[in-house]
Design a protein around this ligand. Structure first.
Ligand SMILES: [Zn+2]
Length: 111
């Protein structure tokens, strides 16, 4: 038998993708969004947020939240040795902006 090397499932922040050990969870209605021509559904109505993102959410600092998510995504890509081109970066910015906008709206629908 192989030793069990499956790592513990790590909770990641749903906003910036950082490890979210002290995460807060936010309830939101299930939502869907269009990515290119594909509709992606987020059926998970729990969103984890690391302490930094949680603070930005609580204080309604959405531009900063999107900026943080984008910066950390770009940093992750760079660490993987990738260099996303302009179109890919623009796509990601738009994607994150839309996602956070949807989250804002979905949060309101659970109340
Ligand atoms: Zn975060």
């Amino acid at each position: 038998m192989e030793p069990n090397t499956v790592p513990e499932p790590q909770l990641l922040c749903d906003f910036c993708n950082e490890s979210a050990t002290a995460a807060r969870s936010y309830d939101a209605a299930p939502l869907s969004m269009k990515v290119d021509r594909t509709v992606v559904y987020f059926c998970d109505s729990k969103w984890a947020a690391c302490p930094v993102c949680a603070q930005l959410i609580d204080e309604n600092r959405w531009d900063e939240l999107t900026g943080r998510s984008y910066a950390l995504w770009l940093q992750g890509e760079t660490e993987l040795g990738k260099s996303p081109d302009f179109a890919h970066k623009q796509f990601m910015k738009t994607h994150l902006t839309q996602l956070h906008q949807l989250f804002r709206e979905a949060r309101g629908r659970t109340a």
